[in-house]
Design a protein around this ligand. Structure first.
Ligand code: CDT
Length: 339
């Protein structure tokens, strides 16, 4: 049986603070339809896809902040989001979509779910583990605020890979694809990918919102023009998608929110689909609403998994203890001669 799959990243152009949610939802549905017309049966949407990237802003009023969150435990049935899932079901297209989750206990997570059209249900949920930015706003430079640490707690679901049947391919579940979800900053952490790699992952799905210019967070960008900072941010985004796909012998799909939000907050574009040898198979050419499509053959993950990155044969866990024992840096002392 062929293991090819036509998949897509749905890049979303700017969404402003006052953009009505209905309007954004309509754009997501248009992207879904356009991907389906091109034959895709899996579409990945950005992080926090239903609203602007609200973590740029300080909200003193909890009602204003609440408007950016989903409060229903099942967003495929919630009144504010269900039209997207109904359309996915009608088109028989799976979707992965990011959203701000508020639990019934009042906990807040930056989450993503995978909806299987064939099963007509959400089959996996992921909560972003690496929460970047700060709790407190910058005293005098509001434009660079990134307040995710204020609005979200670190995800508590770990990196659990899951299986889903490829839509329209088979109904018996024998040829499920092994997938994992990451959200934005997670893609920069090789530990996250390796947790999935160790579960045989074949396809990583990752939505993102990456500021194009932030002199307080990006290495070197204090020295850079906005243009150089943007191109460096795009390079680093692709670098981590390509390197980690290669090192875990898996495909990956990255879907971003892009462009200039509210006239001053720029997000990088660069939505892309990457292969297991680290090659970019397709990428966005605009910083606006755009579908990026590629046909992938999941069996292409096998050479890497069976040879250079055959974990069972080559990993040396006895030498990796520091990776899980230590959080921050403990600088090496002078001299390390042992043995
Ligand atoms: N959304 C998100 O995680 N963005 C981060 C930027 C952090 S800069 C404070 C990213 O890694 O792209």
């Amino acid at each position: 049986m062929s293991r090819t799959w036509k998949v897509a990243a749905a890049q979303l152009g700017p969404v402003h603070l006052d953009t009505p949610r209905e309007e954004t939802l309509n754009r997501l549905i248009e992207l879904l339809r356009s991907a389906a017309l091109q034959g895709a049966t899996l579409v990945v949407f950005p992080e926090l896809a239903f609203t602007t990237f609200f973590a740029r802003h300080l909200f003193d009023n909890p009602t204003c902040l609440n408007a950016f969150f989903e409060h229903d435990t099942n967003i495929s049935e919630a009144s504010s989001t269900k039209r997207l899932f109904e359309e996915a079901q009608r088109l028989c297209v799976d979707i992965c979509v990011g959203y701000a989750e508020q639990t019934p206990e009042g906990r807040a997570f930056n989450s993503a779910i995978y909806y299987s059209a064939q099963l007509d249900q959400v089959v996996a949920k992921y909560r972003k583990v690496h929460i970047p930015g700060t709790r407190e706003p910058h005293p005098d430079l509001a434009v660079i605020n990134h307040l995710e640490k204020r609005y979200f707690e670190p995800g508590d679901l770990g990196f659990e890979a899951f299986r889903a049947p490829r839509s329209r391919q088979n109904a018996d579940g024998e040829d499920d694809v092994i997938m994992g979800m990451l959200i934005c900053n997670d893609r920069r952490w090789p530990e996250a990918w390796r947790c999935y790699g160790l579960q045989g992952v074949e396809l990583i799905l990752c939505g993102y919102n990456t500021p194009a210019y932030n002199p307080y967070f990006w290495g070197m960008s204090k020295l850079m023009s906005p243009e150089m900072a943007r191109s460096t941010a795009v390079t680093q985004h692709k670098l981590v998608m390509q390197a980690n796909s290669y090192m875990n012998s898996c495909f990956s799909i990255a879907a971003g929110k892009a462009g200039l939000e509210d006239g001053r907050y720029e997000l990088i574009a660069g939505s892309c689909i990457v292969g297991p040898e680290g090659q970019i198979l397709a990428e966005a050419v605009t910083a606006d609403d755009e579908v990026v499509c590629a046909e992938i053959d999941l069996d292409e993950c096998r050479p890497g998994k069976e040879n250079i990155f055959n974990f069972a044969q080559h990993r040396r866990v006895e030498a990796y203890q520091r990776v899980v024992d230590q959080v921050g840096v403990t600088q090496a002392g002078p001299g390390n001669m042992k043995g």
